[in-house]
Design a binder for this molecule. Sequence first.
Ligand code: PSV
Ligand code: MN
Length: 388
Amino acid sequence: MATNKAVNEVLTRLKIETPSWAYGNSGTRFKVFGQPGVPRDPFEKVEDAAQVNKYTGSTPSVALHIPWDKVADYAKLAAHAKELGVVLGTINSNTFQDDDYKLGSVCNPDAKIRDKAVRHLHECIEIMDITGSQDLKLWFADGTNYPGQDSIRERQERLSESLKKTYARIGENQRLLLEYKFFEPSFYTTDVPDWGTSLMHCMELGPKAWVVVDTGHHAPGTNIEFIVANLIRVNKLGAFDFNSRFYADDDLIVGAADPFQLFRIMHEVNVGGGFDVGTPISFVLDQCHNIEAKIPGQIRSIMNVQEAVAKAVLVDQNALRAAQISGDVLGAHDVLMDAYNTDVRPLLRDWREAAGINPEPMKAYAASGYAAKIAAERVGGNQAGWGA
Ligand code: PSV
Ligand code: MN
């Protein structure tokens, strides 16, 4: 068995970014339910993100979404974050909520619209220059709904050209992250539907382009750990967007639907050196809390990731390898399951105590009175929501 010391070291190194949109109101296309105390602007979103960091000790950065988190002065927002002990992280672009993008953004048949989309991506990089953010994350809603609607191949050429124009503007210490998703909002073809397409474009672009694996963006039954192992093998896995899904892109709390899958993914990350010092892999939540409270939803998510990581690090690698090499099928499986079936919660409580954090983050946050405080203070103005 790996030692608790090894687990503690990884937990201390492991930083997970939370998304600004998790703090705003969200819902389905049927209904968005408001919640008391929801932030009214990006400054308040950052304050909530700082609370998650306070109770987990593991979320020192918050991802922004442009234009949802557009502010007049990004340096001021960055300074506000810094005062609260967090930094501004990944900048997420948005090329899916403008009427012009009905037929796509960077793949649109109209060159003027493609140019508009690329200008937006350049604007996001300008924001990164001010905030000091390392990563530009691209998720494109581009695709088609009907066979024959557009040329599949030409759309790939347009995508390649637009990505090259974006990549040309990426700074020396910045990265372009290309996320894939197999469907929605397009239902016949999606222009970046899978890891192969994303990887092909990233390889064409160069060393600053990396693939993002959003755990909710695969068809049911997809072996995500296989994808992760392969991307790590060619050193192109740039980031995770964590969430879980029962059906499609459900954006539920990571580890809620299938904690065993999350463990298997984290095991591949561990084997591939993804928790080592200097790992290129960023760990980010991409979730919406439609019916549950938002800050506790984020805290619970971080705890779920930590539990999966702790179990993955506990896998006895020597015993696993020995069993694998000797063809001991069930022995190898046992080694993995032993780690998965370990109750790591006491270990995590000890690690938190040693790190000066309350061992029970959910209870500590609930007892803090912060939820009642923001519900009383944040009256008037417009609550931020998915899409604002
Ligand atoms: C849309 O599916 C999505 O969830 C993508 O995963 C992005 O990362 C996120 O929204 C923010 O644009
Ligand atoms: Mn995502």
